[in-house]
Design a protein around this ligand. Structure first.
Ligand SMILES: *Cc1c(COP(=O)(O)O)cnc(C)c1O
Length: 411
């Protein structure tokens, strides 16, 4: 038997069934269909509250909406966080439709087209510039529109986040402006008449190691101070990146938030003059929403092959690619999963939970220990609130998208 990842806190059993936001899995599927992503708004609210309690008051909290762009989730998050970080013109329209005020949006991401830049500048969204060429295009478009664009520089730092799942800084990268070239570009922006919005420094994603985050934040603050000095201007704002991870796999332990907060608090006590009035923020995606989501899928077929049990579901990697191990992981390990309609029942057999796609990649749980499940039972795959529905190849094999549902939303 292979171990399963740890089931996140916040889920209970009602009548022997998994309950999400106090509602039984079978009830939710009866209402919205299968396969189904269910997101519990109350868990997102609690997560933001825990962050606010642990982190310095001075630190703004942004939501990186690529983690989960489902409209009701965006509307819920808009009432909780200080800013939204977007990475495409499409996300700009989705954030706008969800009622996020444009002045709270910042727009990073390589390959912004002129139309994306124009839409952002017309709305007074802050652009996190990814290159000197992009800066020139933004300035020209601002001139044409008669608007002073709000410009920040995304820095490609000289370091990366240790133990990070996806490295996004250090060395040659498509993201950000190399640190050595930032002061000259900052001066160019300062003298252009654009509104200078400071720096965005993002060094990596998905770490559970508080010391690695503290070290990265200290390095980020030192780099921001040095670049501000060399640019000859104070920093109005500085986005310190994110990187807060969630436990997905066997043996993973949650991030020690108190330790991260204490370390950053100490850093803030000791800031150089050039950062004294800077508005700091962090941007988090999966940490805010990942554990609040569950993917539910129904068992269509129970079969045995060469003595192994396969539970074949109506879902699969076309909805929840990450659980299949094909989204940025090197070694396939099991996500947390369970038989939702027999939640908490003792383990009776070893079974693999597979999807309905005709490819051997489509495996949601490999040789896990489960209570005996039959056709009609529901499977739950946890940690499905981030990089699930919107980060999976939903058109592959033509089964169509999963339904989505936000429970416990404010009325
Ligand atoms: C994807 C991304 C995030 C969010 O990453 P998580 O690991 O989900 O927190 C934040 N900032 C930038 C620039 C990103 O590209």
């Amino acid at each position: 038997m292979k171990p399963l990842g740890p089931i996140p806190p916040g889920f209970s059993a009602i009548d022997g069934e998994l309950a999400i936001g106090g509602r039984k899995a079978s009830e939710l599927v009866a209402e919205a269909g299968s396969p189904l992503f269910v997101y519990d708004a109350a868990l997102m609210t609690a997560r933001v509250a825990a962050l606010r309690a642990a982190l310095p008051d001075r630190l703004g909290l942004h939501y990186a909406m690529k983690a989960n762009p489902y409209g009701p989730v965006l509307r819920h998050m808009a009432g909780l966080v200080d800013g939204f970080d977007i990475a495409s013109g499409g996300e700009l329209l989705m954030a706008e439709a969800a009622g996020v005020p444009a002045e709270r949006i910042s727009f990073a991401g390589p390959g912004k087209r002129d139309a994306d830049l124009a839409a952002a500048i017309a709305r007074e969204v802050t652009l996190n510039l990814e290159s000197a060429r992009e800066a020139e295009r933004a300035l020209a478009i601002g001139e044409r529109l008669g608007r002073a664009p709000r410009l920040a520089i995304r820095v490609n730092p000289d370091f990366d986040l240790k133990g990070s799942g996806m490295k996004m800084g250090g060395g040659a990268k498509p993201f950000g402006v190399d640190a050595a070239e930032v002061p000259a570009l900052a001066r160019r922006i300062l003298f252009s008449g654009a509104e200078w919005r400071g720096l965005h420094i993002y060094a990596g994603s998905q770490t559970l190691d508080a010391a690695a985050i503290a070290e990265m934040q200290a390095a980020t603050l030192a780099l921001a101070a040095r670049l501000a000095e060399e640019s000859g201007a104070v920093l109005p704002a500085c986005n310190l990146g994110g990187g807060f991870g969630i436990p997905y796999f066997p043996g993973d332990a949650p991030l020690d938030l108190a330790a991260v907060g204490a370390a950053l608090g100490a850093q803030f006590e000791d800031l150089p003059e050039v950062l004294a009035d800077t508005a700091f923020s962090i941007e988090l995606g999966r940490y805010l929403v990942g554990e609040a989501g569950v993917y539910l899928t129904r068992i269509i077929d129970r079969k045995e092959s060469h003595g192994e049990v396969f539970l074949v579901t109506d879902g699969g990697l076309h909805h929840q690619l990450a659980a299949s191990g094909n989204f940025g992981t090197v070694v396939r390990r099991n996500y947390p999963s369970a038989i939702a309609t027999r939640f908490g029942a003792p383990v009776e057999e070893e079974a693999s939970i597979v999807g309905c796609l005709c490819t051997p990649l489509d495996r949601l749980a490999d040789k896990g220990g489960f209570p005996r499940a039959e056709e009609g039972d529901l499977v739950a795959v946890f940690c499905a609130g981030a990089y699930g529905a919107s980060a999976s190849p939903m058109h592959f094999l033509g089964h169509g998208p999963a339904a989505e549902l936000l429970v416990n939303a404010r009325p």
